[in-house]
Ligand binder design. Structure first.
Ligand code: NIG
Ligand code: FE
Length: 423
């Protein structure tokens, strides 16, 4: 649906369970993640793209505004289903041209992600496709992914570049993301990931590539307002801590927010990254004990990406319990990308977080909604169903919120409301 078509007022009636996720001072930590703000037999009234009221249906039907304006309101019968705030997928890489089936087969045969990357596969094998693709072709790919995300309950998506790795191709990727976002009813937050890996033409000249990213690509992207944040892959085989700090520093100097992929395969000291007050640190599979309390004391959200562990065939998953029990603000995201996580499904991620990381269902839903909004610093608008916030809602044909994690790989989302519009 085009962004301009408008339904002024919507009433979602006959909601069996409404998980509002309302609460004070997000990001949520510790026991606060357990609160889903459950309302039974509920209704939600939306107008002007925002939530006007969300409460027991009895109360909503008595709302003075509704009594006066009933005829202006389009009603959706939720038939006893579950309504959640639409998911916020706070970490995705949708600007790629093709699936990576050769890597996939190699991994099935027993090779690891890092071995495949060292042999010329991995991220570098996605470069040729993106460099050859037109902006329009890439944008179609991004749009298809956004639509698949929407169909499974997501209305806000962080989308990274990172498979072009030339000035031109990173700009093209971000423009493709912007073009797709303009056609899509939801909200797209874009991130420059020119420091994803060192492209082959800079082999052996890593510092020169870092200088190009810092002195050329980041300033250009900031000037053109093509991204809201800068990301870096701080990992063995990608960028060192020192190089990563240069990238984040360059981003910050251009007024962009910062985030990093870190501790996916090897532990890294986090203090040097936390110094930039990044919005999020993502993956976090192998965080050192001494960094857990530092993280807990920071505003930075740790984004866990269990679908990547699933797809890489790992037995180990990030230790969510250790982070949660220490007071770290946790979020969940798909990491949608061609190498480690080709899924658009936040419900799958929630299910994996519960079954493999022992998160409770309320914790996982908090991590996929309000805390994920905090990872994009969008918590004032997204991630919970409260008056004044954007009316981004997902209706599921289940009667209990725990079913979101239970019916894995089964899409139970039957209706999306995005910025107050039925889509
Ligand atoms: O988040 N770790 C770095 N980036 C991606 C993988 C990208 C790829 O393999 O294409 C990730 O897992
Ligand atoms: Fe990623």
């Amino acid at each position: 649906m085009a962004k301009s078509a408008t339904t002024p007022y919507l009433l979602l009636a006959n909601i069996g369970q409404l998980a509002t996720m309302r609460g004070e001072n997000p990001p949520r930590r510790g026991p606060a993640l357990e609160e889903v703000g459950l309302v039974k037999d509920a209704a939600v009234l939306c107008g002007g793209g925002k939530i006007i009221a969300a409460d027991r249906q009895r109360e909503i039907l008595r709302h003075p505004w509704l009594k006066k304006n009933r005829r202006k309101v389009v009603e959706i019968d939720c038939r006893g289903g579950l309504v959640l705030p639409a998911f916020v997928d706070c970490h995705t890489h949708p600007a790629f041209a093709a699936p990576r089936l050769i890597d996939f087969e190699k991994r099935i045969a027993g090779a690891s992600y890092e071995e495949i990357a060292a042999a010329g596969g991995g991220i570098r094998s996605s470069l040729a496709g993106v460099r050859q693709a037109t902006r329009r072709e890439l944008s179609e790919r991004v749009f298809t992914a956004l639509q698949a995300m929407l169909a499974q309950g997501t209305a806000t998506v962080e989308a990274k570049s990172g498979y072009g790795l030339t000035t031109e191709d990173e700009i093209k990727s971000l423009e493709a993301i912007r073009d797709a976002g303009r056609r899509w009813p939801g909200t797209v937050f874009s991130t420059l990931l020119a420091a994803h890996v060192v492209p082959p033409e800079y082999a052996g000249r890593v510092d020169q590539y870092v200088a190009k990213v810092c002195d050329e690509i980041i300033p250009l992207v900031a000037r053109e307002k093509l991204a809201q944040s800068v990301d870096v892959f701080c990992e063995r085989g990608a960028f060192t801590l020192e190089q990563s700090q240069k990238v984040l520093d360059a981003g910050r100097r251009q007024g962009l927010d910062t985030r990093a992929h870190v501790c996916q395969f090897t532990p890294s000291e986090l203090q040097g990254l936390l110094a930039f007050q990044p919005a999020s640190l993502d993956h976090m599979d192998c965080v050192r004990d001494e960094d857990v309390s530092l993280l807990a004391r920071s505003e930075t959200v740790a984004v866990l990406l269990p679908a990547a562990n699933y797809f890489l065939g790992h037995r180990e998953y990030p230790n969510a319990r250790r982070l949660l029990d220490s007071g770290v603000a946790l979020a969940l995201a798909t990491d949608y990308n061609p190498g480690t996580s080709p899924t658009p499904s936040m419900p799958f991620v929630i299910s994996a977080a519960c079954t493999h990381m022992r998160m409770t269902v309320p914790e996982a839903i908090s991590a996929a909604t309000i805390n994920a909004a905090c990872a994009l610093r969008l918590q004032a608008r997204k991630g919970s169903i409260e008056p004044g916030k954007d009316a981004d809602l997902a209706l599921f044909d289940v009667s209990d919120h725990r079913e979101i994690a239970y019916w894995f790989a089964w899409n139970r989302c039957v209706q999306m409301i995005v910025l107050g519009q039925k889509v």
